[in-house]
Ligand binder design. Structure first.
Ligand SMILES: Nc1nc(=O)c2c([nH]1)NC[C@@H]1CN(c3ccc(C(=O)N[C@@H](CCC(=O)O)C(=O)O)cc3)CN21
Ligand SMILES: CC(C)C(=O)C(=O)O
Ligand SMILES: [Mg+2]
Length: 275
């Protein structure tokens, strides 16, 4: 059966109905594979900086990099909803800049943008949504603010943080977001938010009581030198790739590769040899 392109309305209808499966992807081949596997959402996350570009954090990622990788993913024409992360400082300091930068992702073919932050971004989000651009929220551990947060730590363990997260979720729903990522919070907080708001919650490291889950693709594939404690590795792709490359190396060194090669036409070969 031909799968149809998913829209934000399809995603919203999945709340209380079917778990939403989201994964990050940063390039054409993995976007194709993820889409063939039938995921609902492909996120071009700014985790790109850490897992693909080798930066120390997501703070180094800029618009130009997010746009190139969004283009690569969109070239795969995914049926999944395509969402791009707004990078650090692309939406914080001016409303015009926030709208303009979000629009660049939609022009390339993305279906929505995601930005990190709580109720302090209500106006920013309203402006983007009013421009016709669907926005996904992101609360809890917001990696672009890890310096302020004090590291990549679990959020909402105490009453005040838990209460603030719930308030943020309610305010963000009111600002017009179509779904909300809840990253690395106490599970009770994610559960309460999921019950309280009427848009889908998509969790990472915040437990099972959410409308969906998201994972960084490199973590589930075992492709990288660091993974958060909440990630589950489904395959050790790093060893598979290393073995393949080392087999190639041995075969070149011992003359086993290449096995296939092609020659000239007989008469031209003679002429060539005698030339
Ligand atoms: N590969 C990868 N996967 C991710 O999910 C991911 C990234 N990179 N980069 C961007 C952010 C950063 N994220 C993180 C990073 C670390 C922890 C973590 O588990 N930290 C440790 C130490 C916390 C501390 O310093 O107190 C932990 O044990 O909790 C969680 C989320 C999630 N995102
Ligand atoms: C982990 C997800 C939610 C993200 O923001 C990213 O990959 O950048
Ligand atoms: Mg991100």
């Amino acid at each position: 059966m031909e799968r149809k392109k998913l829209t934000i309305r399809d995603i919203m209808k999945m709340k209380n109905n079917k778990k939403i499966v989201a994964i990050t992807s940063y390039d054409y081949p993995t976007a194709k594979i993820a889409d063939e596997a039938g995921v609902d959402i492909i996120l071009i996350g700014d985790s790109l900086g850490m897992v693909i570009l080798g930066y120390p954090s997501t703070l180094q990622v800029g618009m130009s990099e997010m746009l190139i990788h969004t283009k690569a993913v969109c070239n795969a024409n995914p049926k999944a909803l395509v969402v791009s992360d707004m990078p650090f400082m692309s939406y914080e300091y001016s409303k015009e800049k926030a709208i303009l930068n979000s629009s660049k992702f939609l022009r390339l073919g993305a279906d929505a943008i995601k930005l990190e932050g709580g109720s302090e971004y209500k106006e920013v989000i309203k402006n983007i949504v009013n421009s016709g651009i669907p926005v996904m929220g992101h609360i809890g551990l917001t990696p672009q603010k890890y310096k302020q947060i004090g590291g990549y730590r679990l959020i909402g363990k105490n009453y005040q943080e838990a209460k603030d997260l719930l308030d943020d979720a309610i305010q963000l729903e009111d600002s017009g977001i179509f779904s909300l990522v809840i990253e690395y919070t106490a599970y009770e907080v994610a559960k309460r938010i999921t019950e309280k708001i009427s848009i889908p919650t998509i969790c990472i490291g915040s437990g099972p009581y959410c409308d969906g889950q998201i994972m960084v693709i490199n973590d589930i594939l075992g492709m990288g030198d660091y993974s958060p404690e909440f990630a589950k590795r489904y395959v050790d792709l790093k060893s598979i790739i290393r073995n393949a490359i080392s087999n190639y190396k041995s075969e070149v060194e011992n003359g086993k590769f290449p096995e296939k090669y092609w020659g000239m036409k007989d008469e031209d070969k003679k002429k060539f040899e005698n030339s």
